[in-house]
Design a protein around this ligand. Structure first.
Ligand code: SF4
Ligand code: SF4
Length: 104
């Protein structure tokens, strides 16, 4: 098990990314038919410890994106996607990610 000496991605657990998986090829087998992952139960990942690599932001950073971005840059790009999803879904501001909440 790899350990990281940084704070985790500041996810607000809105579950919206898990309801938009039709755009994620790697998760096509998980789509219950309406773009929502079949493992999202009560808005939580029911297989969190065994979730696929594509759902693991730090693992994806280490494996793929660290070649092109710093971790902060990668987090920020992901946070922008989260924020746009949350705005589109009408989530109240206090439940949205903060683009300024990157780990120091
Ligand atoms: S959309 Fe972003 S904030 Fe919401 S659950 Fe997914 S990663 Fe977390
Ligand atoms: S496996 Fe878990 S984290 Fe990945 S999309 Fe499904 S519910 Fe979300």
């Amino acid at each position: 098990m790899m350990s990281f000496n940084h704070d985790p991605f500041p996810c607000t657990s809105c579950g919206l990314c898990c309801q938009r998986i039709s755009v994620v090829t790697e998760l096509s087998a998980y789509d219950r038919g309406d773009g929502t992952c079949m493992h999202l139960v009560d808005n939580r990942c029911s297989i969190y410890e065994e979730r696929p690599e594509i759902c693991r932001i730090d693992q994806m950073f280490e494996k793929v994106y660290s070649k092109h971005f710093s971790r902060d840059e990668f987090y920020l790009e992901n946070l922008k996607v989260c924020k746009n999803l949350q705005i589109s879904a009408g989530l109240p501001e206090e439940k949205q990610v903060k683009l300024t909440s990157l780990p120091k």
